[in-house]
Design a protein around this ligand. Structure first.
Ligand code: SAH
Length: 346
C-alpha cells in the first residue's frame, strides 16, 4: 500500500484498482502515510498558507429539485430570498476591507432571465474591486451566459459533477437533469478559459467505492483547477432526510488522494466538513486542503441558504471572526494568505 501511495505521488495517477484499494484500506498506518504525503505536497507548493475566499450566498431560489439539497424547488417550507445588487456589493465591501481578494457568488439555479442581471452585477464588482477574483457557483447555464459572465470579469467557476456514474446521478436528481448536460457545462467552462472547479459529496446516498473510483478517474482526466469535496449531510426537507451523513474519514481520504493527483489544485476544507465535525476544517487542511471559504452573506439571510441541516457558520464576516479563524489555523501551524491565489501550474 505504501508503494501505491508513492506511485500516486510520482505519477499523479493510479489504475482504477489502485484508487479502489486506497478507498477501501482500513490500515491506520497506510492512511497516516497518505495524509502525510498529501500534507507535504500542499506545503511544498503553497507553504503553510491558506487562501481565504469570501462566500456570498446571493439567493436560494432554485428551479432544480436535486434530492439531496435543502434549497430544492420542492422544499416549499423554505422562505426564499434574492440579494439585491447593492446588498451583494455591500458584502464585497465588507469583505474587501477585511482582506478578502476573492468573492464567490453562489446561488440556486435561476432562469435565463437572470443571466443579464448577474453579468451586470459581476461587472459592477469587477469595476469596484479590480484587484479581486470573482468566482461563480450558479449552476448549469447556457454557453452564452457563461461567456457573458466571463466577459463581465468572472474568472473562476465551481460546478461539482456530483457523481460520474449515470445511474447514480439519476438516483440523486429528478428526470429533467442529466449527467451528460452537467459534463457538457464543465467542458464549456474550461473552453471559455475559466479556472474550473468540480467535485462530489462523500457518502451521498447510494454511493459505492466503485462510484468514487469513477469520480477520481474523471477528475484525473478533466484536470480541474479547483475541487470541492464535502460530506453529504441530510436535510430534513428532502427525500434523503433519514439517510446518514457521509464520513469524515472518506472525506479526508478523498482530499488527500486529490492533492496527490493534482498537486497545485485549489482544494477547500468545506463548510460541510466543518459542520460534520468541530475541527473538520483543520483536519481537512492537515489532509491536504489549502482553501477555506468563510461566509460573507448578510447574517440575517444566512439561515435561509439551507443546503443541509445545522450548516456551520464561520463568522469571518467581522474582523473578530477572521482573527478567530487565523488563531484556529495558527494552532495547527498555518496562517491566512490574503493573496488572490490563482491556480498555478506545478
Ligand atoms: N446551484 C449551484 C450551487 C449548489 S450548492 C450548483 O448546482 O452548482 C453547492 C454544492 O452543495 C452542490 O454542488 C452540492 O454538492 C452541495 N450540497 C448540496 N446539498 C448538500 C447536502 N445535503 N450535503 C452536503 N452537500 C450538499
Amino acid at each position: 500500500m505504501i508503494h501505491l501511495i508513492d506511485k500516486l505521488c510520482e505519477e499523479r495517477r493510479l489504475p482504477p484498482d489502485g484508487y479502489r484499494r486506497l478507498l477501501d484500506c482500513r490500515d491506520g498506518h497506510t492512511l497516516g502515510y497518505l495524509q502525510q504525503r498529501a500534507q507535504e505536497t500542499a506545503v511544498r507548493h503553497f507553504g503553510h498558507e491558506i487562501y481565504i475566499r469570501g462566500l456570498i450566498e446571493t439567493g436560494n431560489r432554485c428551479r432544480n429539485n436535486c434530492y439531496y439539497c435543502g434549497i430544492r424547488a420542492g422544499n416549499t417550507a423554505l422562505t426564499r430570498y434574492t440579494l439585491s445588487p447593492d446588498e451583494v456589493l455591500a458584502c464585497c465591501r465588507r469583505g474587501h476591507a477585511l482582506g478578502f481578494r476573492t468573492f464567490v457568488l453562489q446561488s440556486g439555479e435561476q432562469p435565463p432571465s437572470a443571466d443579464r442581471p448577474l453579468a451586470a452585477l459581476v461587472e459592477a464588482i469587477h469595476r469596484e474591486f479590480p484587484d479581486c477574483a470573482i468566482t461563480l457557483s450558479v449552476g448549469e447555464r447556457s454557453r452564452e451566459a457563461y461567456a457573458m459572465f466571463r466577459r463581465a470579469g468572472a474568472t473562476r467557476y465551481l460546478l461539482r459533477h456530483e457523481t460520474r456514474n449515470e445511474a447514480h446521478y439519476a438516483s440523486l436528481h429528478p428526470p429533467g437533469m442529466s449527467l451528460r448536460h452537467r459534463l457538457e457545462c464543465l467542458r464549456t467552462l474550461k473552453e471559455l478559459g475559466y479556472q474550473t472547479g468540480t467535485g462530489m459529496m462523500a457518502g451521498s446516498p447510494g454511493q459505492t467505492t466503485a462510484h468514487l473510483v469513477e469520480d477520481l478517474l474523471f477528475i484525473e482526466a478533466f484536470q480541474p483547477e479547483m475541487v470541492g469535496i464535502g460530506p453529504f449531510i441530510p436535510h430534513h426537507g428532502t427525500p434523503f432526510a433519514r439517510h446518514p451523513a457521509g464520513s469524515l474519514d472518506t472525506t479526508l481520504r478523498l482530499l488527500s488522494i486529490i492533492r496527490l493527483m493534482l498537486p497545485g489544485v485549489l482544494l477547500p476544507a468545506t463548510t460541510a466538513l466543518a459542520t460534520l465535525c468541530p475541527d473538520g476544517r483543520e483536519r481537512g487542511i492537515l489532509a491536504g486542503a489549502n482553501v477555506v471559504m468563510p461566509n460573507l452573506s448578510p447574517p440575517a439571510r444566512r439561515g435561509l441558504y439551507d443546503l443541509y441541516d445545522h450548516k456551520a457558520c464561520t463568522g469571518a464576516e467581522s474582523a473578530g471572526g477572521l482573527r478567530e479563524l487565523e488563531q484556529q489555523l495558527n494552532r495547527i501551524g498555518y496562517t491566512i494568505s490574503k493573496e488572490k491565489g490563482d491556480y498555478r501550474h506545478v
